[in-house]
Each structure stands twice: as structure tokens, then as C-alpha cells.
Design a binder for this molecule. Structure first.
Ligand code: FE2
Length: 135
């Protein structure tokens, strides 16, 4: 069974964003599988980098619609994206210079953060985005 499984309760009502969330969830699963199978550090380093880049693409995507349609909670939402992005950047730096060993704690952090962010924060824009015609 997958470590982190998407289901309909995670839907924010916007297909493109749901698809991006599924990709992020898969990335967290890859992380978990690589840790479980004790893959080499190089693979893990590539995964962290890919996640950092994809998360940024995804955050920019959400934020661009928020800006376009003047979403009232933009600042707060963007702040949360920044916190996650800097956390992942920090993991990457520390992992690459050998001061951090990637652990299940970290995969759990990623999972719990994303889960909470989608279910609580992203869900707040559902009606707004649908009304604006975001697909
Ligand atoms: Fe978000």
C-alpha cells in the first residue's frame, strides 16, 4: 500500500491542481520507497531536488491564479508556501553537505504538511477558483 494515497476528499475542485497534488503525493511516495529500500544518497538527492522544483512550479501556479483574481487570502497562503519551500531547501542543503540524514520523520513531515495544506488551506479557495472558471 502506498505511504500516501490521494482520494476524493483531497479534491480542490480544480482538475489541473488536483493533478499537481497527485504528482507531489507520488513524489513523497517515491521518497518513502527510496528510504525503505535504502537507495543510495545520490538518488535521494535527485528526488529532493525534483520535489523542490516541482513544489515551486505548483505554488507559482496556484499563486498566479490568486493574483490574477485578487484572492483575499493571498498573503497568508503565499507565506505558507514559502515556509514549505524553505524547509525543503534546507533539507536539500543539509542532506547534500552531509549534516542531515534523511529519515522517515522527514517523509512524515512532508506528508503531514501537504495533507494539512490541501485539506485545510487549499480547500479555502475551492469555491473562489471554481467561480472564476479555473479548470
Ligand atoms: Fe497551496
Amino acid at each position: 500500500m502506498a505511504f500516501f494515497k490521494w482520494n476524493n476528499t483531497f479534491s480542490v475542485g480544480v482538475a489541473s491542481i488536483d493533478d499537481q497534488h497527485k504528482i507531489l503525493i507520488n513524489m513523497i511516495n517515491d521518497f518513502y520507497d527510496n528510504l525503505k529500500n535504502r537507495t543510495n544518497n545520490e538518488n535521494i538527492s535527485i528526488l529532493i531536488n525534483e520535489m523542490k522544483k516541482y513544489a515551486q512550479f505548483h505554488f507559482d501556479y496556484e499563486e498566479s491564479y490568486m493574483l490574477k483574481f485578487n484572492y483575499q487570502d493571498f498573503d497568508l497562503h503565499q507565506k505558507q508556501h514559502h515556509i514549505f519551500a524553505s524547509k525543503v531547501k534546507d533539507f536539500e542543503e543539509k542532506f547534500n553537505n552531509g549534516t542531515l540524514i534523511l529519515s522517515f520523520e522527514i517523509t512524515s513531515f512532508l506528508k503531514e504538511w501537504l495533507k494539512h495544506h490541501i485539506l485545510v488551506e487549499d480547500k479555502k479557495y475551492t469555491t473562489f477558483f471554481i467561480e472564476k472558471g479555473v479548470k
